[in-house]
Design a protein around this ligand. Sequence first.
Ligand code: 6PG
Length: 236
Amino acid sequence: MRWVRLPTAEAVAVRAARFIATACRRAVSRRGTFHWVLAGGTTPERCYRLLRDCPLPWHKTHCWFGDERLLPGGHPERNETMARRALLDHVPIPDAHIHAIPYADDAGQAAMHYARMLAERCTLPFDLVMLGMGEDGHTASLFPGQLEPVAARLTIPVTKAPKPPAQRVSMTSHLLNQHRHCLILVTGEQKTHALRRIQHGAPLPAARITRAWWLIDREAWPSGYKSDGWASARRL
Ligand code: 6PG
């Protein structure tokens, strides 16, 4: 694990935005497109706002969603709505490149539909997967205690999420791990306990994500705490 500690939540958002900008330019110049998996949550939202004014090859960018709450399009609590308001409505990204998780009568149908969209339109590995982590160690909508399919499934329905709303769709860790780069943004003191558990080897969902850069603020990991695996922000 590569963990980078930054002074504030704002510094995490700024560093993540710089990383995304570089990854986007590089992917487009090397492969012609940038396939980016977006996250919900407060720290990603800060980062999206910073990217609004960035002159990136947006018309070559494709956005996917690591998870979504089972709510109709435009609902203020959808991760898609947050990403549109914070970033996507402000940059010249073609609407056909915003691959939102569809709404359906139940999470099972929505998950199946998104798996089909992924199989038809997405190029793996993703150029960049961006994630947050909840205070219980969940990431995307993969929550502790919830079984993930053993087979190589792309998405799963979630019907009893402890963080509301209970019904959600998530990419599986099998799919989230198919990335060229991955950022996990963790801010705020409520996250310290889960981070410590992960440092001690607890198999929390966020720990299933491999080869990620963890950007962590000082509230989430106070400087008195010892740990292994810290890297300098310069190596990012
Ligand atoms: C969601 C997200 C979830 C989020 C974490 C961290 O639907 O809320 O997908 O996984 O990223 O809970 O959220 P915060 O950054 O707001 O703590």
